[in-house]
Design a protein around this ligand. Structure first.
Ligand SMILES: CC(C)=CCC/C(C)=C/C=C/C(C)=C/C=C/C(C)=C/C=C/C=C(C)/C=C/C=C(C)/C=C/C=C(\C)CCC=C(C)C
Length: 693
């Protein structure tokens, strides 16, 4: 015979530990609150019911199966009220992890963005459309109400209560209950009480707007089937017994009565429904500008905040929701390393990262390839002018987006005025800008993005290909026209384009995952980074001197300095992989000091004239530099919020796999760069996430 505690020790706790280890690096206060809330709800809701069922001998425990009882309920059963939510919440977190938004929100005006395609946009097109984020579901809830009534009918029948006893003989409820006379008598007891007990709660959550996606259904069925098997083992092993008098006598399989199956199906349904509703509310905190993106650490305040959003959900700008879908597509097409590594971040971080990534990708493309749109121009001077005006528009968009507006009264996407000077934007490009300005300015200071613009400026200082080819043929001193001459220039450039983004990731993590700073409005964590302007102007640890020692700001500054170094290291990996590809567009990021002669420089920069004997003298030293910087800055990761560490490590590891691949080719690259398979990146990312390597 198996005792009740053995059932937990063998079949309930091990899967919890396994799932906990799997999801461990991402377990944060948002998951803890689910466990606390649902553990508490389950205990409060189930304890009186369980005592009642036991007092009517609905089920029982053989002597020696249980340790101690509180009232009639064994302590192991109280443990089960908490273990079942933990098991299912972990399973749900894992199954629904890849979804950027927990619910499928039906957009009320999905077509709005596609209407903006083309150059004949009207000002009205840029007006915000709002989408209800948690639409109530009265019809689905009413069905659960009906199930409750069926349960009530069965309960009356089991207890032999007639409509006459209740004095309801003329009411419709009484007629309904009479209609349910099934002749089951006491056998309807357990089924009836299950339905009466749990259906109203499911119905209420359904009314609030909770719903299950495919991922939620997967978690529900995997969890339920596991619990069915545990229950079967326990019933066959004699850990508990179910009364034949109070059940229908039907089984799903040998040892699993229908009522037991329904019990575990409905309790799991309730837990997964609540878990997905709470995840949805957490996502709304990030997406709604007037709510705190990071819930408070105090569990009571956290619960109060979620309840407030659940009962009064704020509608969202439809453009933001549509933009998120576009941004995910951009990411899928754009970056293999990030596409894999992003999964190592929790949902809230991923939301911010996807938005930043889409903005970076779109702005980079606009500067690099303006010829693809109706900016098309053949003269290099024109092209340069067009690029400069695009860069100016990007900077203007940034400053407009960072100018505080009253969301309640502003009916346009913030920053849309500046985009007026980019009339050729496609719908997808425009949505990346709108998304950025709706979400990022309250989380991350403007400084990293202005630095990125400085990086674009450097890119624009390269001569166009036609001029480089000409100069190469004439053997002119093209070195004078290269913006990156020294290692310092290279570092400055890498800092602008990648150090900046690394620091943006730090700010994002603190805004979304860390406790809010005192004295800062919770819905604008960006105001807590008052040191950012000084730090970004100085770009060094020297800026930390101006900040009070041992303060949070002081720690942040040290981490940002290290993060920038890591960002630079990643950019160096990029540069060595793309040395041949960049030459195709006449760009050379390798410092001039790496070349022995003018001809070796021309062979790399204009390979169409004389291809270089080897790329290794340029790629390998840059990778060595990157390795040193990585080693130097890596320890600072442990000072980031815990749930951001795995993702950051995974991103770095997956990127440095490119460096490994270049080394495996002894530093030789071609215009195709190097290929690193998805699995290889994934494996490295997993190692980094779970083992911290
Ligand atoms: C016969 C049989 C079955 C056997 C023998 C003996 C045994 C084994 C027993 C067992 C038992 C158990 C396991 C039990 C369990 C139970 C449970 C889990 C229950 C659950 C419950 C839950 C609940 C009530 C929940 C609720 C929820 C809610 C209300 C939610 C809400 C939400 C909202 C409002 C949103 C917002 C948020 C916040 C506030 C946080």
């Amino acid at each position: 015979m198996l005792t009740y505690i053995q059932i937990h020790l063998y079949y309930v706790i091990p899967p919890i530990i396994t799932l906990g280890l799997l999801y461990g690096p991402l377990i944060g206060r948002r998951d803890i609150i689910k466990v606390l809330w649902l553990g508490l709800m389950a205990t409060l809701w189930t304890t009186p019911w369980d005592n009642f069922i036991l007092s009517h001998s609905g089920w029982s425990y053989p002597p020696n199966s249980v340790l101690v009882r509180i009232g009639l309920v064994p302590i192991e059963e109280h443990l089960f009220f908490i273990l079942q939510p933990i098991l299912l919440i972990l399973l749900h977190c894992i199954c629904a992890h890849t979804r950027l938004l927990p619910f499928d929100i039906k957009l009320s005006s999905v077509s709005q963005i596609s209407k903006q395609e083309g150059s004949d946009k009207k000002d009205d097109d840029q007006r915000k459309e709002l989408t209800q984020t948690l639409p109530r579901r009265p019809v689905a809830a009413a069905l659960w109400g009906l199930v409750t009534l069926v349960g009530l009918g069965l309960v009356f029948e089991a207890h032999g209560i007639t409509s006459h006893d209740l004095g309801l003989s003329t009411s419709s409820i009484a007629r309904f209950e009479l209609g349910l006379q099934t002749g089951l008598g006491q056998k309807a007891f357990y089924l009836g009480w299950i339905l009466v007990w749990i259906s109203p709660v499911i119905g209420w959550l359904t009314y609030l707007g909770a719903r299950l996606t495919k991922a939620d259904m997967t978690a529900l069925w995997v969890g339920t089937i596991w619990l069915w098997m545990v229950d079967t083992v326990a019933l066959r092993g004699g850990s508990w017994a179910i009364s034949k008098e109070t059940t229908l006598g039907l089984v799903v399989w040998r040892g699993l009565p229908v009522e037991e199956a329904l019990f575990f199906l409905l309790t799991s349904h309730l837990i997964i429904l609540s878990s997905s509703l709470i995840s949805h509310l957490h996502s709304l905190l990030v997406l709604s500008p007037d709510l705190p993106p990071c819930p408070p650490r105090n569990p009571f305040s956290h619960i109060r905040l979620l309840a407030r959003v659940a009962f009064k959900p704020t509608p969202l700008d439809t453009g933001v929701l549509e933009g998120l879908r576009e941004a995910e597509k951009t990411l899928r097409k754009g970056s293999k390393s990030f596409e894999v590594a992003k999964l190592a971040f929790g949902r809230e971080m991923r939301l911010g990262l996807v938005v930043i990534y889409a903005w970076c990708r779109v702005t980079d493309n606009l500067i690099d390839e303006p010829v693809q749109g109706s900016w098309s121009t053949s003269s290099p001077t024109d092209l340069d002018t067009v690029r400069r005006s695009i860069l100016q528009a990007i900077r203007d968009h940034l400053s407009e987006s960072y100018t505080p507006v009253d969301n309640a009264t502003c009916h346009h996407h913030p920053g849309s005025r500046a985009l007026g000077s980019l009339p050729q934007l496609t719908a997808s490009e425009r949505s990346a800008f709108d998304l950025f300005s709706a979400i990022i300015p309250r989380l991350v200071p403007i400084d990293p993005f202005l630095e990125l613009c400085d990086g674009y400026d450097t890119d624009m200082r390269f001569l166009p290909s036609s001029s480089v080819n000409e100069a190469g043929k004439l053997n002119e001193d093209i070195a004078n026209h290269l913006p990156i001459k020294t290692t310092d220039d290279l570092m400055r450039y890498a800092d602008d384009v990648a150090g900046s983004i690394a620091s943006a990731i730090c700010y994002l993590a603190w805004s979304l995952l860390a406790v809010s700073t005192h004295g800062v409005a919770m819905n604008r964590p960006v105001d807590g980074f008052g040191y950012a302007a000084t730090l970004h102007a100085a770009r060094s640890a020297a800026a930390t001197d101006s900040v009070e020692p041992r303060s949070t700001s002081q720690q942040h500054l040290r981490v940002i300095v290290a993060a920038r170094e890591m960002g630079r290291a990643l950019q160096l990996v990029n540069i060595s992989r793309d040395v041949a590809r960049d030459a195709e567009i006449s760009r050379l990021y390798v410092p001039l000091s790496f070349f022995h002669s003018a001809s070796s420089l021309i062979s790399v920069l204009v390979p169409s004239l004389t291809s270089p004997a080897s790329y290794a003298p340029y790629t390998l030293p840059i990778l060595d530099l990157a390795d040193d910087m990585r080693l130097n800055s890596k320890p600072a990761i442990s000072q980031m919020p815990r749930t951001a560490r795995g993702g950051i490590r995974a991103m770095i590891a997956s990127y440095f796999e490119i460096a490994e691949a270049v080394r495996e080719q002894r530093g030789e690259v071609d215009v195709r760069g190097v290929k690193v398979g998805r699995w290889r990146r994934g494996r490295r990312a997993m190692d980094a996430m779970w083992l911290g390597r």
